[in-house]
Design a binder for this molecule. Structure first.
Ligand code: HEC
Ligand code: HEC
Length: 159
């Protein structure tokens, strides 16, 4: 399906077979980037939002979700992920411009089942994500290299 190909490109190939076999998973890089005039918004996002987990592809949530997430980084899933005002705005603008309802060519399936007033804060809470993944067995999530369904790179390669 064309839509899936587009999304595969966004996230990278599924390497779940390797993950299930217990091969070690890639972990996202963690250096905090120095922002210079030539640093692109995407670079800033990749570095700042890739410290604790992968920098999630913006295409999996609508712009209003990214607005809500970047609007309360001090209370971010139990963590303080706050950044200075200018960096937050740079990242928020980047995420919203590349969101499911803004970026060009996003398959409509990504937004399926998300009502106009719904503001999902997790990709893993969206009907699209759950329709693609079904029920991941607890035993798979318990694997040390996966741990949580939010750990996309536990099962997908990052390139
Ligand atoms: C200090 C660590 C930290 C930083 C920095 C951080 N996050 Fe998170 N983020 C978390 C934790 C913890 C979770 C919850 C993961 C889980 O449930 O397994 C999370 C979850 C998420 C989720 C939901 C994932 C899902 O289940 O679909 C999104 C979206 C997200 N973060 C976006 C961002 C963005 C955007 C940034 C950069 C502005 C960012 N995060 C920076 C710690 C962080
Ligand atoms: C426990 C393993 C696992 C985790 C964790 C996981 N996935 Fe997947 N994902 C899969 C499998 C298996 C498929 C189905 C592959 C197929 O049908 O070819 C899949 C399919 C997909 C697809 C549709 C096929 C494609 O590549 O276009 C997308 C998009 C996707 N995953 C995104 C994500 C995102 C985003 C995350 C993190 C928020 C994530 N996945 C976390 C295992 C996982």
């Amino acid at each position: 399906m064309a839509g899936n190909l587009i999304l595969s490109g966004v996230l990278g190939a599924v390497v779940v077979a390797a993950a299930l076999a217990g091969a070690s998973a890639k972990s996202p890089g963690g250096d905090v980037v120095k922002i210079t005039a030539s640093t692109s918004a995407q670079d800033v996002f990749n570095k700042q939002c890739g410290v604790c987990h992968m920098a999630y592809p913006p295409v999996f949530l609508p712009a209003r979700s990214w607005k809500a997430i970047t609007g309360d980084l001090a209370h971010h899933f139990g963590e303080d992920a706050s950044l200075d005002k200018a960096t937050t705005k740079l990242i928020a603008d980047y995420l919203m411009a590349n969101a499911a309802d803004r970026a060009p060519g996003v398959p409509s399936g990504v937004l399926r089942g998300i009502g106009p007033d719904d503001v999902p804060l997790r990709i893993t809470d969206t009907p699209f994500w759950n329709s693609v993944h079904g029920n991941i067995p607890a035993a798979v999530l318990a694997r040390p290299e996966i741990k949580t369904k939010s750990n996309c790179l536990g099962c997908h390669s990052g390139n």
